[in-house]
Ligand binder design. Structure first.
Ligand SMILES: Cc1cc2nc3c(=O)[nH]c(=O)nc-3n(C[C@H](O)[C@H](O)[C@H](O)COP(=O)(O)O)c2cc1C
Length: 285
């Protein structure tokens, strides 16, 4: 049976992320999925130390937090449903803490990232005009942990549970559970991106990357911008879509051709760096 993991990133019990995630999970269960619900606030997640032990030794240097447990749960799930409140224009900080730890996947890349794993996200905020990076940043989490985004929901309400007053939020959350289940059952139900959205991850945030191209700030795909009947669209080629930054192929190349060689490149320069670092190590703050 396919397993769908639900992660609630809000610290508010019975808040908006909580109840919408529960709806999405219930609907996935009704579609035949085995589901598990967890609150990230019950987990002790520490800040990434940036030491890259996970890549070079196969194990994280942080030995006293719950990240290995969380990765175990993600690794064994086929689907992910994740909900987060927006705080100050982007998802709550705990989301980024988990994203930063994503190299914990390095040792399992070949085993996990080639599988059909799918995700749908729920971004909850008080006001649609103040949520410019909700979907954009929240979707980095499933991408970084090897899931393919297939749907999303933006829901707007302020008080805990207030989202329940609008039935469209409930039906939207239930749709996510159904989409994830259908995709895992081999039915093609991925939500179609709207004009102006990235075809991989639904982001609406793009960088100009020269020669008239734009790069998606979430998944890194490039495309040309076209204005058709008053609508901006990103024109991409299918190969770029397949090989976005978080695809198995690109993650493998990124590890093998960039991160792993960076160690020897650094070691070759270490003496010069040590010399320049000396004055900062002597400083008393
Ligand atoms: C510290 C803080 C910052 C917030 N910042 C924003 C914001 O930038 N944009 C917005 O639309 N809503 C913002 N909100 C409102 C929450 O996103 C909203 O109340 C949401 O429903 C909370 O979801 P929850 O019940 O799942 O925790 C903020 C709330 C808090 C507590």
């Amino acid at each position: 049976m396919h397993k769908v993991l639900g992660i609630n990133c809000s610290g508010r019990r019975y808040g908006n992320s909580d109840v919408l995630l529960q709806e999405a999970l219930l609907s996935a269960r009704e579609c035949g999925m085995e589901v598990e619900y967890l609150r990230l606030s019950d987990y002790n997640i520490k800040q990434c130390r940036g030491c890259l032990s996970c890549v070079f030794t196969g194990g994280c240097a942080i030995k006293d937090d719950d990240m290995p447990l969380l990765w175990d749960k993600m690794k064994t799930s086929h689907g992910l449903l994740i909900a987060a409140p927006t705080y100050v224009f982007s998802p709550a900080g705990i989301v980024k803490m988990v994203i930063d730890r994503a190299f914990i996947c390095a040792k399992d890349l070949d085993e996990v990232f080639k599988r059909n794993r799918v995700a749908a996200i729920i971004s909850v905020a008080g006001n649609s005009e103040w949520n410019p990076l909700g979907v954009e940043i929240l979707n980095v989490l499933p991408l970084a942990y090897g899931y393919r985004p297939v749907d999303y929901l933006e829901a707007y309400a302020t008080g805990p549970g207030e989202v329940l007053l609008d039935d469209r939020n409930i039906s939207g959350a239930r749709r996510l559970g159904m989409t994830v289940a259908a995709e895992l059952q081999g039915k093609s139900k991925k939500r179609n991106p709207e004009p102006g959205q990235c075809p991989v991850c639904y982001s609406k945030s793009f960088h100009f990357s020269g020669s008239g191209e734009m790069m998606c700030c979430t998944c890194g795909i490039n495309g040309k911008v076209s204005l058709k009947e008053g609508q901006w669209t990103l024109i991409t080629n299918p190969e770029d879509i397949q090989n976005h930054f978080f695809s198995y192929k690109h993650r493998r190349e990124h590890l093998d051709n960039w991160i792993i060689p960076s160690k020897d490149k650094y070691l070759a320069k270490r003496d010069a760096i040590k010399e320049r670092l000396r004055q900062y190590k002597k400083a008393k703050w």
